[in-house]
Write a protein of this length. Structure first.
Length: 129
């Protein structure tokens, strides 16, 4: 009886994780620039992947597979934000412009650079030939 309840609970948690992964993937396709796409990938996909792994742990219990799932959760939680930060910082340093709808740039402001976006400064984000 208890095993059936844990199995159903585990599959519900996995379903929630799949939903968040789907939303994260849609964000990667639909959002306008690399910084917004990183937001979708980091937040939604990390939460979704951790939920899937948690569901596996609930179903498997304290076994080799369950403990590996918990270890993977720790690994994903520690590495995904660091990787996203590194990609965003590299993009910013390489001069990748954010969308024109972005209000300000905190990272540029912290480095003493112009924190205005192209829309605020009157510049065009497209190169003229």
């Amino acid at each position: 009886m208890m095993t059936d309840v844990l199995t159903i609970l585990g599959w519900c948690i996995i379903a929630v994780g799949l939903f968040f992964d789907l939303v994260g993937c849609l964000g990667l396709v639909r959002l306008p620039d690399v910084y917004n796409r990183l937001q979708a990938a980091t937040k939604c996909v990390t939460l979704g992947t951790c939920a899937i792994l948690l569901g596996v742990f609930v179903i498997q219990g304290i076994s080799a597979a369950g403990l590996k799932a918990l270890l993977c959760i720790v690994f994903v939680v520690l590495t995904a934000p660091v990787g996203a930060h590194a990609i965003a910082r590299a993009g910013h340093r390489a001069g990748v412009k954010p969308t024109e709808r972005m209000a300000w740039d905190d990272y540029a402001e912290a480095q003493g650079l112009d924190s205005k976006t192209p829309a605020q400064s009157g510049e065009s984000s497209h190169e003229e030939a």
